[in-house]
Design a protein. Sequence first.
Length: 312
Amino acid sequence: MWWLVESGQHEKYSSMCIIHLPLSATEQSLRNSGFHDMRLFDPEVMPHPDFHRLLVGGVAPRPIALVSSIGKDGRGNLSPFSFFNVFGVNPPVLAFSPAYSGRTGLPKHTMLNILETKECTVSIVTYEMVHQISLASAPYERGVDEFVKSGLTKLASVKVAPPGVAESPFVMEAKLLHHLDFGKKHGSANLMICEIVMLHVNEAVLTDKGGIDPVLIDQVARLGGPYYTRAKRGLFVLPQPSVPLVGIDRLPEEIRNSPILSGRNLAQLASLEELPSGFIEDDATLEARHTSAKKLLKADEVLAAWKALSGH
Ligand SMILES: Cc1cc2nc3c(=O)[nH]c(=O)nc-3n(C[C@H](O)[C@H](O)[C@H](O)COP(=O)(O)O)c2cc1C
């Protein structure tokens, strides 16, 4: 018995991807029982970006590791990775995958740093932090410290050199156990398997029984494309930056030091490719301008918020 196996959107890959395979007894019985609509996707014949799109959409939601690392020259780095999880407690092990860039084929700075110094911290990402971690994920030059770009705060570590992220209620210090390289090609994975050597948990999210309160910790997780989920609520959209962004360090001083705008608000304003022109600092109207910008940012109206800050 033979049947048609389709890979991907058949209009797009028709000649490249359609192959024939014998139908196993299990597959035949699935077909007979009514599962007619299953398509097969073969990674050997399908373009990697398209297979990646399906994988990250299907294996979701994934927790997000916000990884802080330091190179041997002391340069710091902070970047999010959602090919990530923990795998046991004796010893406690975590792993994440900084892939070779799908666009350039280059290794991620996080991986280069950890291979040099064998240490990192992994901070869990909350809803309040999500704009800041997205800003940290933009492709900056090696040596740019994403703590500075994202406005996140360093939390001193105890057993490793890289700091954690103070805004996160759950921070793991970790040492590299194994590095597995799966090919050095565009999009190839690297598994960084690390032992957790210290855990920091904010008391505010601890339950009386020594667990974690799932509502108070308020984690976010990544799905495919621009989709995230807030564990206690549901889906939302935040497109991933593909070019370097302004960053909080380049915001005008009045905005950076605002008594009204939060780190999340600043990250929203700083997630543009260029700073809007026409901004003038004015102490007399600061409170009204910043309050109105904050309201607009709550509705994700970033350009309108910039206008409000500029007094328009
Ligand atoms: C939520 C989120 C999850 C991400 N997950 C991964 C991942 O698992 N693997 C990866 O290679 N890149 C991932 N990225 C992209 C990296 O964060 C991005 O390439 C970053 O620039 C890497 O920084 P680095 O080169 O400074 O280490 C993710 C980005 C975001 C926003």
